[in-house]
Design a protein around this ligand. Structure first.
Ligand SMILES: [Zn+2]
Length: 254
């Protein structure tokens, strides 16, 4: 039945084409995709079209989504799965966009088992089967003033990939030609080194937020892999190599 799926996809792509002008305007503004070849950009457009069709976008707290805001999100969201395939984002459908950072009240259990109600301010959030929640002001900031190693959309969608094997623990489902033990050893030791460096020097070679949990390490390292690959390779060459094998991309190659 693969031919049927192909036929369906071809028809969907024809019917829901992203207008050329809108595509060019958005694609030209996003620094994070400028290294891609013409054929990779074409696939990015196909994936973005499918993504826009399959996912439901909504605004919260008065934020109004538009075809432009949705494309800006879609285009960055599909960059990590360009070689993994659209199925990597199966199992959930909602994207909620807040105008700025948003507050959540969360119950957290401390070491002695007491549950506290915590008030947290977040710029993005991703639930394993639930929605991806994003803050528009952060997305806009990444676009207008790009900072090497920072991309809120890639960060939140990396959590989605991480959650694919049932646990958000910093290790997405690896390909058959990859070793779980190798991944754990390489990312685990880089994570500990980052924690030590922050403890001793007050900072590390990458954003300190990566040292807060293994899941955050994977999400932050994914941000670097796509937006500042050279920095990641200089800081943690073996982590760069694992990321390159997982995402099946080589952002450092011309
Ligand atoms: Zn995170």
């Amino acid at each position: 039945m693969r031919w049927l799926k192909r036929l369906y996809t071809a028809r969907l792509l024809r019917r829901h084409q992203i207008p050329d002008a809108l595509w060019r305007e958005v694609a030209d503004r996003l620094v994070v995709i400028q290294h891609l070849s013409a054929s990779e950009k074409a696939r990015l457009r196909t994936f973005s079209t499918l993504f826009l069709h399959k996912k439901r976008f909504s605004g919260a707290q008065g934020f109004e989504v538009s075809s432009e805001t949705n494309l800006i999100i879609a285009l960055q969201a599909v960059l990590p799965i360009l070689e993994l395939g659209m199925d990597a984002y199966l199992g959930w459908s909602e994207i909620i966009v807040y105008p700025g950072a948003f507050r959540v009240m969360r119950e957290q259990q401390d070491a002695s088992g007491i549950v506290h109600l915590q008030d947290q301010v977040l710029s993005g959030e991703s639930w394993s089967h639930g929605p991806v929640i994003l803050s528009w002001s952060e997305i806009e900031e990444d676009m207008l003033n790009p900072v090497a190693g920072r991309n809120v959309v890639i960060h939140e969608f990396a959590h989605k990939l991480d959650a694919l094997n049932g646990r958000t623990n910093g290790m997405p489902p690896l390909h058959p030609d990859m070793e779980i033990s190798e991944w754990s050893e390489i990312l685990g030791s880089a994570y500990s080194r980052l924690q030590q460096s922050i403890e001793i020097r007050g900072r590390g070679q990458i954003d300190a937020y990566a040292a807060t949990a293994p899941a955050e390490f994977f999400a932050v390292v994914s941000e670097y892999f796509f937006s500042a690959p050279q920095l990641l390779q200089d800081a943690y060459p073996r982590v760069y190599e694992q990321m390159s094998r997982y995402y099946r991309q080589q952002p450092l190659l011309p």
